[in-house]
Design a protein around this ligand. Structure first.
Ligand code: SF4
Length: 743
């Protein structure tokens, strides 16, 4: 197949020389024990969806270190390796201090320009493109690491200022299968329980979640549950660190999770391990589901999933007989062309057990990105308005339009997902793009195609604090803000709204992201609705815009968050304390209004037949292996931050290919050899790690690296038909020994 090689403005090495990644290490004030900080700021880690509390030490407008924040109840001072090194991203040599324009005459590819001039150029290009091709020829892509205030602003900016339907976010690569499944089953998209409910559960079931590396502090909850007597069941193609300490490990073939869930439900029904009274009183749709899982006998389930029948029977018995339980899943089941079916299969098991909506009886999806939860609630998704409102619902449009002071008819209709935006760019239907804190050239699958599409843009502006790998293709780069340079809210994996506090000011010409967006709207002479003076003002408007919606923040204030160490939404009134556990009798529910615990008009949860289909691309004679991708503990997502933090790079400098000893022997590979993995879309040559913790028919590559080291050169852009999440967790590859590393 043809592999496109898009042209960068300069040699990659020259761009790297100027913009990094360079490594930040502890030096100067950071190493001097005699330095007394000017202030200590209680805030949160900038990385994953756990959002651990941390105290940043600040001296001379520089973050010089950290201290544990023992009082914050989620992590009680504990931090993972990324958390303890996060302070090293401040005062970093790669920090963007100026705006830049693409400049082929500059050996590094970009030349600094005055900020105002860059903003003017952005506005001129938006005007030019929209005048020539129409408003929808300009798109925006934003990130789920941004504060909720910024994500709210990005949704509003696309609809009110740009007037384009084409806006989406990188949670499309993370949380959307879970979100869609939760809404179909429960009517609401949030973890049903706080993590404290894990501790007292009799059985903890973890599917497709490399908890110890991707959500490290959750490990502590699981281990405490185990200390309290819980049985821990882990389902994964790899024996990840949490798998090494579980009671039952089920080594599933990638992409077959719904088959396992259906098989467990089959056994629950057959053995009478279901809660008839709960099903009768609080659900609909059980009969067709029971009929559908009849065919999922242990023998068939074992054949499809690759798990021994004995393991399936044991898991069903432990899950079926438990009095209390907690089921968690993450991208392992969600990054799939049938991710929503996988999620529904998991929820069916929970609902059939009746163990939800009470203490120690829980269900949650573990968010990945820092604001993976809040970032999917208030309008930066292509089909969504604030408060988890629906852009295609006339009542919702009318309400939000009234808050924004615009005619509902002016709001664009729902757009398309982030990958489809890239396809539209490739087809020249979209000519201009603004991205903020999104690095699609690393994080989207089949990234040779993404690179080819980006080069077709007439104009691309990237807002970020480091020059991420995609911003290297930009015409204009605008310097945005680090998490510690602004304040705002984030909603954690638990559904707890927490407060990020400002520790330092933006350096150089860099601006808080919300100011950058407002500056563009003013330069466009479209300032209506973009005159906020602070994140607090944005939050106050968000509270009104979310009022009456499912994700109702109207009773949340910055002060209440600080007083309570976070507020769980929904929180519909000033006197309301928030809702740590959803679906409890009497808990606030704007849809059922007292008729029942779930967020449907009749208050009942929905069972859904979860259909099994094989992955979009299964192994065959030509590509006989399965590739699965994921994270390592030292890095975060596309690596824009962590590939710049020295100690984290020292821990894991490069990606690798995990291979089982049996496969290694068959292919003549040994530890440290170079090997080339090939799919129908690309190739990658990396060093081999021979491990007994992976299925022999599967290889694993972590995805945090760019260019020739990128795992997403191999992955497939097949998407779930409902959530549009790409299938990162399985595609067909072949593997062979390489003589040397790639040049
Ligand atoms: S678990 Fe997540 S939020 Fe906590 S310290 Fe680690 S990366 Fe940061």
């Amino acid at each position: 197949m043809e592999v496109y090689m898009a042209t960068l403005v300069a040699q990659p090495e020259s761009i790297t020389e100027e913009f990094g990644p360079h490594l930040s290490k502890s030096t100067g004030m950071r190493l001097d024990p005699g330095v007394v900080p000017d202030k200590i700021v209680e805030t949160h880690c900038c990385f994953c969806g756990q959002q651990c509390g941390i105290q940043l030490l600040v001296k001379h407008n520089e973050v010089i270190g950290y201290e544990p924040w023992y009082e914050f109840p989620f992590n009680k001072g504990k931090l993972c390796p990324k958390g303890v090194k996060r302070y090293l991203q401040g005062a970093h040599p790669d920090r963007l201090l100026h705006a830049y324009r693409r400049d082929p005459a500059n050996p590094h590819g970009f030349s600094p320009v005055p900020y105002e001039e860059a903003i003017k150029k952005v506005a001129e290009e938006i005007e030019r493109i929209q005048k020539k091709y129409g408003p929808s020829a300009f798109a925006s892509l934003s990130g789920a690491s941004l504060t909720t205030e910024k994500t709210y602003l990005m949704g509003k900016f696309a609809r009110v200022c740009l007037k384009t339907p084409y806006t989406d976010y990188n949670g499309r690569l993370c949380m959307v299968s879970a979100g869609a499944g939760n809404k179909k089953a429960f009517g609401v998209d949030r973890a049903a329980n706080p993590w404290s409910d894990i501790l007292k559960a009799e059985v903890v079931w973890i599917s497709g979640a490399n908890v110890a590396e991707c959500a490290p502090i959750t490990t502590d909850y699981v281990w405490q549950a185990r200390e309290n007597g819980a049985k821990v069941i882990v389902v994964d193609p790899r024996i990840t660190p949490i798998g090494r300490t579980c009671d039952l490990f089920l080594p599933i073939k990638p992409g077959r999770d719904v088959a396992l869930f259906n098989g467990i439900l089959h056994l629950m029904i057959k053995n009478g391990w279901i809660d008839h009274s709960f099903i009768e009183s609080h659900t609909v749709g059980f009969e067709p589901l029971a009929a559908a899982v009849e065919e999922w006998t242990p023998a068939r389930t074992a054949k499809i999933t690759g798990i021994a029948e004995k393991g399936i029977l044991q898991a069903a018995e432990w899950w079926g007989r438990a009095k209390t339980s907690f089921l968690m899943h993450a991208r392992g089941i969600e990054h799939s062309s049938h991710g929503v079916q996988n999620v529904l299969g998991a929820i069916n098991m929970v609902l059939a057990s009746g163990r939800i909506g009470r203490e120690a009886c829980g269900y949650a999806t573990i968010t990945g990105q820092g604001n993976g939860q809040g970032g999917r609630e208030h309008g930066q998704k292509c089909d969504q308005l604030p408060g988890m409102r629906d852009l295609s619902n006339p009542e919702h449009r009318a309400y939000v339009a009234s808050v924004w002071g615009v005619d509902p008819a002016e709001l664009p209709e729902p757009g398309v997902d982030a990958y489809e935006i890239i396809r539209k760019i490739d087809r020249n239907e979209i000519r201009g793009l603004l991205s903020i804190s999104f690095n699609p050239i690393v994080s989207l699958p089949d990234n040779n195609f993404v690179r080819q599409a980006l080069e077709k843009l007439e104009f691309y502006v990237a807002i970020d604090f480091f020059l991420n790998d995609t911003a290297r293709f930009a015409d204009i780069i605008l310097p945005g803000s680090l998490q510690e340079e602004d304040e705002g809210t984030i909603t954690t994996a638990e559904g707890r709204v927490i407060k990020i506090n400002k520790a330092i000011n933006c350096p150089g010409d860099a601006r808080e992201d919300w100011r950058v967006i407002q500056d563009i709207s003013h330069a466009l002479k479209r300032p209506h609705g973009f005159n906020f003076q602070s994140p607090r003002e944005i939050f106050d408007e968000l509270r009104i815009a979310s009022k009456g919606g499912i994700a109702d923040y109207s009773g949340i204030t910055y002060e209440k968050i600080e007083r309570q160490y976070g507020v769980f939404w929904p929180c519909p009134a000033d006197e309301h304390q928030g809702t740590p556990r959803l679906f409890e009798p009497g808990s606030w529910n704007p849809i059922a209004k007292g008729k029942g615990p779930f967020y449907f008009p009749d208050g009942r949860a929905h069972f859904n037949v979860a259909k099994y289909t094989p992955p979009a691309e299964d192994p065959d004679a030509e590509y006989p292996l399965m590739l699965t991708t994921g994270r390592v503990i030292s890095h975060f997502l596309s690596g824009t931050q962590t590939r710049r933090i020295g100690p984290l790079v020292d821990q894991c400098p490069d990606p690798f290919i995990e291979v089982h000893p049996m496969l290694a022997e068959k292919l003549g590979l040994k530890e440290g050899d170079w090997a080339t993995a090939e799919s129908r879309r690309g190739t990658v040559t990396l060093q081999v790690r021979v491990v007994r913790t992976i299925r022999p028919d599967t290889i694993f590559i972590p995805y945090h690296w760019a260019g020739k080291k990128s795992a997403n050169q191999l992955t497939i852009s097949a998407q779930d038909p409902i959530s549009h999440i790409p299938e990162y967790k399985v595609c067909a590859v072949r593997l062979h020994k390489a003589e040397a590393p790639p040049v």
